[in-house]
Design a protein. Sequence first.
Length: 378
Amino acid sequence: MNKSNKLQIVSILYVLLVDLNLALLVPKLSGVDVEFTPIRLCLTIIIVCLSVGSIIAALLRGQLHILVVSISAYILYALIVSYTLDETPGRIETLYSALYAPLVFAGAICIFRNMNRNTLSQICSIKLGFLIFYIIFFLYMLLVLGRQNGLFINTIYFQLSIVPFIFVLRSKWIALLVLLMITACGLLVAKKTVLFLGLLSLIYFAISRTRVYWSRISLYKALSVVFICGSALLVFGILFNFGPTERALSGDSGRLMLLQMFYDAFGKFSVAEYLFGHGLQDNSSQVIGGLSVHNDFLEVFFKLGGVGLIFYTLTGILVVQLGMKLRRYDHQLGSVFLFSVLMFSLFSAVSMLIFKPSYVVQFFIFWALSVRMLSNRS
């Protein structure tokens, strides 16, 4: 086996480890009486060691990617804040929630350094398998066992985070089917964010696949199919007085109220808190009545201050720039990359992703794959 093939196998195994770690978390969040914590702990240690080792190896080779440098600066700053501001610095749970996903992001960029289209396709197929598992498990727990608690319902985000990989699949019909199922799951539990991003993904899918495979006139047919399917789901829910449909159509989500409460608390911060935040163990719920602000940018500002927000924003700018460059080399993959950034940004504006590794790590894996595809083409 030559070196190139060996590196591709390592990339696939790394992705499998990350996905298996996430998949073993879903039963616990869904209320199933099963304990995978020891296995997940072992998987996490292996993933962290592989990530750190790959970054060190890249540093020794003098091949450290600019995005890895940016992410590493963010991680280093977060560690400094944790050990400086937190009353019990270095708590494992806190560091894991804040730094696991960024570390995987940086490590994946180093591990995927010989990425090619064939390996990318294999990884997307793996992601499809895990997505089907998430959908089937979710529907079984919801429709058969009647699970309705918040932790279980939020496992739908596991489905949504794999959407970017679905756009790269060769079979447009499989991709369309799973996108429709994700959207339907969002409707079943009245998750407006999932419903909105699911419909947005369907529209993007119809437009992008039309440009690649079909004639211009088929664009209108594809959009019509998306519109009809979406409308049928909504009409079905309304006609049969389906509760989640009514909640999904309601406009009162409380997000604006949370933003207003955070704005009111904003004026009470000290100068040090404006600059360096409150620490990783604190969160915005402490100043807005026990509810988080549900906005990544504001949560980063609260925890890490203006300096941390600058690191976070600069990393985001680098990601967008790389996506625009990739689009010039590979229009389809670059377009999917930029759409995934849009998805992440919209999702991030109404939720807390960056401090929820199980929600955000899939986006980071996809961006790392795409960045390495760009590096091999440049």
